[in-house]
Design a binder for this molecule. Structure first.
Ligand code: CO
Length: 134
């Protein structure tokens, strides 16, 4: 059901330092920071040949990233995102198998203007999983 790895999102306490680490130390191509107020994050995209890394930094009050950083002060992997062809079919199959979809269970328009869902980390090996319809 799942297709390509779309991205791995890493929550970072210092976006400039994280960007420099990927750009200068690891030698990757990085984007400018992009504020996404609707999602409570500022994102820097790290472009790899086969996928992307998203460096996430809290933006504004009640950012979903802030709670994560409160528990993981030096940052950490926040979620992985897999591509699916049909997000409703994927959701229905997963729910039928007992997996929990976060929120009201309806796909939302995600950071890439495509429908996304998040799956409960306790059902997926301790990893928050995002599904994105491509
Ligand atoms: Co994501």
């Amino acid at each position: 059901m799942i297709g390509k790895l779309n991205h791995v999102a890493i929550a970072v306490p210092d976006l400039a330092a994280a960007t420099a680490l990927y750009r200068d130390t690891l030698g990757a191509k990085v984007s400018d920071p992009l504020d996404q107020p609707a999602h409570g994050v500022t994102v820097v995209f790290v472009m790899l040949d086969n996928t992307k890394i998203e460096l996430l930094h809290p933006l504004g009050e009640n950012s979903p990233i802030q709670t994560f950083l409160d528990r993981n002060a030096s940052g950490g992997i926040h979620h992985v995102c897999y591509e699916v062809e049909d997000i409703y079919a994927a959701r229905d199959k997963l729910k039928a198998e007992g997996a929990r979809v976060l929120g009201d269970g309806e796909p939302k328009i995600g950071a890439h203007d495509k429908p996304v869902l998040f799956l409960h980390p306790k059902d997926f090996l301790g990893t928050l999983v995002e599904l994105e319809q491509v």
